[in-house]
Design a protein around this ligand. Structure first.
Ligand code: CA
Length: 235
């Protein structure tokens, strides 16, 4: 495995945090630590971690709340809870909150490491070529290419992002504001009417050379990628 496994440890007890940090570093993991729930959530949002070790009793919020919030935000990485409680009720609520596993304090680092390895084995490998397919349109986010009916369609950066967003929401109307939010960086200025200009360019490339128009205007809302006879799927 040439990929470095990144672990986020959210734990307020300095002794435990340090012991974990040392042991996991020794096991060749990349380790980040957070002492509070707030900083843990911030770190989890800022960087991609392969696994999260989460203390149940943190000074500012409960580990359960953090676990639920991470899952609500779409985090897929396994979460192992470090808990001092071992009641069945606690364990049930951990799994209900989206945790993958738990260890009861005091725990042995060897056991925790075995659980980390077990969790990591269960994570499905991400496809190397993340593709979106909608009808005869194929968009490849890895190498940023688009094809329609096997024909390569070169797109500019914003056009690509707009199409990507529309393909992710194929069949439903998307607003100009949501396209702007998706395709423009937060420090970039963009106006909803610039979306219309980019849509025009997109239509010239994606629709004009073909018999059927896929990009539809939804009056009063925005735009829609028409999928009347197709199903969006991620192969
Ligand atoms: Ca604690």
């Amino acid at each position: 495995m040439n990929h470095v496994t990144r672990i986020l440890v959210i734990e307020d007890e300095p002794g435990i945090a340090l012991a974990l940090y040392k042991a996991l570093r020794e096991a060749a993991y990349h380790v980040d630590t957070a002492k509070t729930g707030t900083s843990g959530l911030r770190k989890a949002a800022a960087k991609k971690f392969d696994i999260i070790l989460l203390d149940l009793g943190l000074p500012d919020m409960s580990g359960l709340t953090i676990c639920r919030q991470l899952r609500d935000e779409g985090l897929k990485a396994p979460i192992i809870i470090l808990t001092a409680e071992s009641s069945v009720r606690t364990k049930v609520s951990l799994f209900d909150a989206g945790a993958n596993d738990y260890v009861t304090k005091p725990f042995s680092v060897e056991e925790l490491q075995a659980r980390i390895r077990a969790c990591l084995r269960q994570v499905p490998k991400e496809p190397l070529q993340p593709r979106l397919v909608v009808g005869e349109l194929t968009l490849n986010s890895a190498n940023r290419t688009v094809e329609r009916g096997g024909l390569a369609i070169p797109l500019r950066r914003k056009e690509f992002s707009i199409l990507e967003y529309m393909m992710q929401h194929a069949g439903t109307a998307v607003t100009r504001a949501s396209l702007l939010q998706y395709a423009w960086d937060s420090n970039e200025e963009g106006w909803t009417n610039t979306i219309d200009v980019h849509i025009k360019h997109l239509r010239d490339k994606v629709d004009r050379p073909f018999a059927i128009n896929l990009i539809k205007t939804v009056h009063g809302v925005g735009y829609k990628l028409d999928v009347s006879n197709t199903v969006a799927k991620i192969p």
